[in-house]
Write a protein that binds this ligand. Structure first.
Ligand SMILES: Nc1ncnc2c1ncn2[C@@H]1O[C@H](COP(=O)(O)OP(=O)(O)OP(=O)(O)O)[C@@H](O)[C@H]1O
Ligand SMILES: [Mg+2]
Length: 381
């Protein structure tokens, strides 16, 4: 849900505006990766930046990477969409055909399952030999370079927004980096704004020196207290509703200033507004607390919880029993009365599914804020 007021992201939005200004003038610039926990506001941030792109008449598309989907087949689809929008521009006419045939070749080659399809008749596509080699890096580079070239010719570039970027497989992520790298070398006006779980900073860290030149890595965290207050008071003021100080402090304490929680608590206290004073009191906030927790448990936490297998749940419960997070995998192993090697596949699976992530020191923690508290509640740990 788009918040009525996007709090505390002013600097990030200013930087994004600067980045987009290059693209709107036909120049190359560094791409951006936003990373952070679940519910901190990465998607709404991308949406806001997409609005800025739209205001500046930049060609853009929003791609959501899927856990089990093929990134290659979706990116070709969206590049095609961008090209179609560009094709209306008179100046693009003579360059767009090649770009389209490259995209078509790419699409034919990377079928829905994301595997190179066998038996494609090369005569079918004009762009044969380009973007259909089955080499992810070469093919994606060809595709994005052609898109960038059209942008350069018409003096207006393109922006690709990729959400849930942690779902890209390693080779897909590397291919994306290689393609962006080539576009940068050629000075093409194409930028990627990606967003994903903290895991992405780790992946990029593994290929670090290279990645840091290409991307700005921007952590998206919970809000500062002042901004968290604004996230609540700004929308409330439009309805002439005010928060008592104590009420506000209570909400900040329980939500730890995580945007999703602020929004949920904000909704629940709304039912507690004193009709005469138009105020939200401390008492009202306490009254709303059980509903707030219930809404989270039945929604935010449950949908995630239900995606875990028995074994994965066992692992996560052991994490909670470690006492403090982040914790060490060895600790988890000993609580589960197993060896590190025995539980390593479950750990890997949980990271893949986006439940947990490895911190920079190799310890593990939940990607969902307060997931430990939730597990404690429902399993009485
Ligand atoms: N800066 C903010 N100010 C006010 N509300 C916000 C802010 N950021 C996010 N929110 C609210 O918090 C909720 C979660 O935001 P969002 O879906 O963008 O998180 P996310 O980081 O993409 O989470 P996930 O990793 O689960 O996809 C949204 O409903 C949004 O309205
Ligand atoms: Mg999101």
């Amino acid at each position: 849900m788009v918040p009525r007021y996007l709090a505390g992201r002013e600097d990030i939005l200013e930087d994004a505006k600067d980045t987009l200004a290059y693209i709107a003038n036909g120049y190359a610039t560094r791409s951006v990766v936003y990373y952070g926990l679940r519910g901190v506001g990465k998607t709404v941030l991308l949406t806001e930046i997409e609005n800025i792109a739209a205001e500046n008449k930049i060609y853009y598309e929003h791609i959501e990477a899927m856990e089990n989907g093929s990134f290659m087949s979706s990116i070709s689809l969206y590049v095609n969409k961008v090209l179609r929008k560009m094709s209306i521009v008179e100046k693009a006419k003579q360059y767009i055909d090649t770009a389209f045939s490259v995209a078509a070749a790419f699409q034919v080659f990377y079928n829905k399952e994301g595997e190179a399809s066998v038996g494609v008749n090369p005569e079918m596509v004009k762009g044969v030999g380009v973007a259909d080699t089955g080499n992810l890096q070469n093919d994606l580079t060809e595709l994005l370079v052609h898109l960038g070239r059209v942008g350069q010719k018409i003096g207006m570039g393109a922006a690709l927004f990729i959400d849930e970027v942690q779902y890209l497989k390693d080779d897909e992520f590397e291919a994306l980096m290689a393609a962006i790298h080539r576009c940068n070398q050629l000075g093409l006006p194409l930028v990627v704004f990606a967003a994903g779980l903290p895991k992405i900073a780790k992946i990029a860290g593994d290929i670090k020196s290279y990645a840091e030149r290409l991307f700005r890595f921007v952590p998206i965290d919970k809000l500062e207290a002042e901004d968290a207050k604004l996230a609540l008071t700004e929308p409330a003021e439009r309805f002439n509703v005010k928060y008592d100080d104590e009420a506000m402090q209570e909400i900040l304490k329980q939500t730890e200033c995580y945007p999703y929680f602020l929004q949920e608590y904000g909704q629940q206290v709304w039912k507690q507004i004193d009709e005469n004073s138009r105020r939200i009191s401390h008492e009202g906030t306490l009254n709303a607390y059980p509903n707030f927790i219930n809404a989270l448990d039945e929604g935010f936490f449950k949908v995630r919880h239900d995606r875990a297998s028995e074994k994965e749940l066992e692992f996560m419960k052991a994490m909670v029993k470690c006492g403090e997070l982040p914790c060490q995998t060895n600790q988890v192993a000993s609580i589960m009365k197993s060896s590190y090697n025995q539980i390593a596949p479950i750990r890997a699976q949980l990271i893949h599914k986006g439940f947990i992530y490895a911190t920079s020191r190799g310890e593990i923690s939940f990607t969902v804020p307060q997931f430990d508290k939730y597990l404690k509640r429902i399993y009485s740990i």
